[in-house]
Ligand binder design. Structure first.
Ligand SMILES: [Fe+2]
Ligand SMILES: [Fe+2]
Length: 259
C-alpha cells in the first residue's frame, strides 16, 4: 500500500496547493491514504474548524497538528468530535483531543497514525519516546501498518526516535521545521524514515513568513509583525510504499510538486 504524508500546510497558498496538486498525485501514484500536517493551515499559524474541513474535503484522510494547534481556540471542540484531526499525543493528561487513531484505506486496510511532539528546543512535554511506543503497542492488535509523526525542531531527536521505533512501526517521519531533508531511507528493521517532510506552502519566504519581516527581526533583535508569504508554492512530503502483510516499508520517496 502507498501512504502519502504531507508537510505542514501553510496558509491559503498551502491549501490552494493541496487543492490543485493532491488529486492528480493521488491518481498518478495510486495512493491509498493521505496524512497531512495542518498546524499552519489557518493564516500560517494554527488550524480552524473551517480550514480543517476544507482540507479533509480535498482528499486528506488524517490531519495532524503540532505546537501551533492551539492557536485558535475554536479548534478544541473539533479535536474532541472529529476523529480525522489529531493533536500531538504527549501533552499532559486531560488535554482535549486524541494523539493517535485507527484509520482505514478505501480498500478497508487498517492504518494506525500516531503524532508526537519533540522536546529539544521546544516546550517541555512528556516523553515522546515512551508515548509513541505505548501507543504503537496499543494499535498493533488492530493495525499492522502504523506511522509515527514526530513534530520536532532537532533532527537528532527525530533520528533517535526512528532508531527507537525501527522494526516496531512502519514509518517515522518528521514535521515542524518547514524545510525538507534528503535523508529518506528504510531502516534495517523495515521502518521508513525521513527527518522532515518540509512545508506545503510558499518557499519565497522564511519558513512560510514574508522574508523581509523575518529578516528585520534577525537584524534588529526586536519583534516584528509576521505575515504569510505567497510566492514559489510547493507541496512537499514523502510517499511510503508499505507491505500491508508485514507492516514493513519497502521504499520511501520524497515528494515535491510545484504550483
Ligand atoms: Fe509548522
Ligand atoms: Fe510546529
Amino acid at each position: 500500500m502507498r501512504i502519502l504524508c504531507l508537510g505542514d500546510i501553510f496558509g491559503k497558498p498551502g491549501r490552494e496547493a493541496v487543492r490543485a496538486l493532491l488529486p492528480p498525485l493521488v491518481k498518478r501514484e495510486g495512493i491509498d491514504l493521505v496524512i497531512a500536517n495542518g498546524e499552519n493551515a489557518a493564516g500560517g499559524v494554527g488550524l480552524t474548524p473551517d480550514t480543517a474541513q476544507e482540507l479533509l474535503a480535498l482528499g486528506i484522510d488524517v490531519l495532524t497538528g503540532g505546537n501551533h494547534i492551539w492557536k485558535h481556540k475554536e479548534i478544541v471542540p473539533l479535536l474532541e468530535t472529529e476523529p480525522r484531526v489529531i493533536r500531538p499525543l504527549n501533552y499532559p493528561e486531560g488535554t482535549p483531543g486524541r494523539g493517535a487513531g485507527l484509520f482505514h484505506t478505501a480498500a478497508g486496510t487498517p492504518v494506525g497514525v500516531i503524532s508526537v511532539l519533540g522536546r529539544v528546543f521546544m516546550e517541555p512535554v512528556p516523553c515522546p519516546f515512551g508515548a509513541s511506543r505505548r501507543a504503537a503497542d496499543e494499535l498493533r492488535p488492530q493495525a499492522r501498518v502504523i506511522l509515527v509523526e514526530i513534530h520536532a525542531e532537532a533532527t537528532s531527536e527525530k533520528r533517535a526516535l526512528g532508531w527507537f521505533l525501527d522494526g516496531k512501526v512502519s514509518a517515522v517521519y518528521g514535521t515542524h521545521t518547514h524545510v525538507p531533508t534528503a535523508d529518506e531511507e528504510v531502516l534495517p528493521g523495515g521502518t521508513g524514515y525521513i527527518s522532515d517532510l518540509g512545508m506545503t506552502g510558499p518557499y519565497d519566504s522564511v519558513i512560510g513568513m514574508r522574508k523581509e519581516e523575518v529578516l528585520q527581526r534577525f537584524l534588529t533583535q526586536r519583534p516584528t509583525a509576521w505575515t504569510a508569504a505567497k510566492g514559489d508554492v510547493r507541496m512537499c512530503g514523502a510517499l511510503f510504499d508499505i507491505d500491508e502483510e508485514s507492516g514493513k516499508t519497502r521504499a520511501v520517496q520524497r515528494v515535491r510538486e510545484n504550483m
